[in-house]
Write a protein that binds this ligand. Structure first.
Ligand SMILES: Cc1cc2nc3c(=O)[nH]c(=O)nc-3n(C[C@H](O)[C@H](O)[C@H](O)COP(=O)(O)O)c2cc1C
Length: 226
């Protein structure tokens, strides 16, 4: 780890003294990379919707809970994703890999509600198994979710927690006996600040130590320092 103690200075930014837009810029610039959920939903009339969300993560494995942070439009109307989840209580999170990045970006275009983003993006919808919304054939993995609970935040945003009830995953990516996923082959992308993205191609392993392992690892460091 580089020694930054000599020249390290921090500035404090009081979040109550800055605008929502400024808070947004600081948060999306520092909480990185964020995974991207390409969320598919289905209106009760059958219209399919797809949109990317990077206020997204996995929060719990038992129950298996994913979280989405969905913002309303500037006029406070709901995005199609929010509207469809409210009406059907279901959504599917499609994991976005590097090969899908341009198609994912098409799904972020603010199309009218009756437009099927998957068709616009050249992505293929496959019928869902345990939920009515389809998943995306090109996605390396897709997680079918039922709404668990929604939390209203302020006037313009809600957090939707969904329980994963079913997963589709490309057969070459998963060890079907031990449930390990090949994350390099998954090739997921992440969202950085602004219009930035990152790959997950630069990975390394770092096992967590037991207290005994830490004590053994620390001894040579202490000798070197003394
Ligand atoms: C990579 C990426 C991540 C995004 N993350 C979010 C997010 O976390 N929350 C949000 O409200 N909008 C997010 N957006 C914007 C929505 O995708 C966009 O408003 C979309 O048009 C909503 O579509 P819908 O009305 O079909 O749901 C993101 C866009 C991109 C490209």
């Amino acid at each position: 780890m580089p020694d930054r103690t000599a020249d390290q200075t921090h500035v404090a930014i009081d979040f109550s003294a800055i605008t929502a837009r400024e808070r947004y810029k600081l948060l999306i610039g520092t909480v990185v990379p964020r995974p991207i959920a390409l969320v598919t939903t289905r209106h009760p009339d059958g219209t399919v919707n797809a949109a990317p969300y990077s206020f997204f993560n996995c929060l719990s494995a038992d129950p298996a809970i994913l979280a989405l942070g969905v913002e309303n439009h500037a006029d406070m109307s709901f995005k199609d994703t929010t509207q469809n989840i409210r009406l059907t209580e279901e959504f599917t999170v499609n994991i976005v890999d590097h090969a899908m990045v341009d198609a994912m970006n098409v799904c972020a275009v603010p199309f009218a509600s009756d437009i099927d983003e998957l068709a616009e993006a050249g992505l293929t919808a496959v019928a869902g198994e345990m939920v009515a919304c389809p998943y995306i054939l090109q996605a390396p993995a897709a997680l079918e979710c039922r709404r668990y609970v929604s939390l209203g935040l302020g006037r313009s945003r809600e957090i939707v927690l969904g329980e994963v009830v079913n997963m589709h995953i490309r057969a070459d990516l998963v060890d079907q006996e031990r449930f390990y996923v090949d994350q390099l082959a998954l090739d997921a992308i992440g969202r950085m600040g602004g219009h930035g993205y990152s790959t997950t191609r630069d990975q390394f392993d770092l096992p967590t130590m037991s207290v005994d392992q830490w004590a053994a690892a620390k001894r040579p460091l202490a000798r070197a320092a003394g």
